[in-house]
Design a protein around this ligand. Sequence first.
Ligand code: SF4
Length: 217
Amino acid sequence: MAKESKENLARRFGKVYAILEKTYPDAKCRLEHGNPFEMLIATILSAQCTDERVNIVCKSLFRKYRCPADFAASPPGQLENDIRSTGFFNNKAKNIRGACSKIIGEFGGKVPDTMEQLLTLPGVARKTANVVLGNAFGKNEGIVVDTHVLRLAGRFGFSRHADPVKIEQDLMALCPRKNWALLSHLLIFHGRAYCTARKPDCPECPASKLCPSAGKA
Ligand code: SF4
């Protein structure tokens, strides 16, 4: 396939964005949270787990553990048991305890609000940091690239890369900064509604006329 010019790509991106924004006016983070700390814990738990399951687990979790100190001081096995149903619970519990200890020891008990500081917390990579910054602090520092965003960026031809960091850079170059957080929500909603991994519904997809993968994905 011939390489699309930068101008065409930018124009096409803008049109796709407008269609998605119109199609999903309620697109937002589906992880329920009341503050940055809850957002951080929910995001760590969401790895390899559905948002629905994380929301169920967090409902009782945040009644039992109200602050970083509660998590950091939890007896061995207890936190693991409380988050068991989210999967990979040993690793997640270790990361949550480690992150909470660091938040207490180095950040005065508050979740830091910069990419640089967030990345020092155990269990926090760029994707988690972007979720927390974009949704709990309202800061557009980057774009969350999860499995849906990764798949759709490829199908829409917004990126030719497979590496999430490079995909993020390509999307950041195409999308105005003020829309970075919303872009990933829109792509995630579209990935669930039409452009699923196994069976994309191209005939019904509202963006099919602008998608190079229509009928081929
Ligand atoms: S046309 Fe098909 S492949 Fe392209 S975005 Fe829509 S559902 Fe996905």
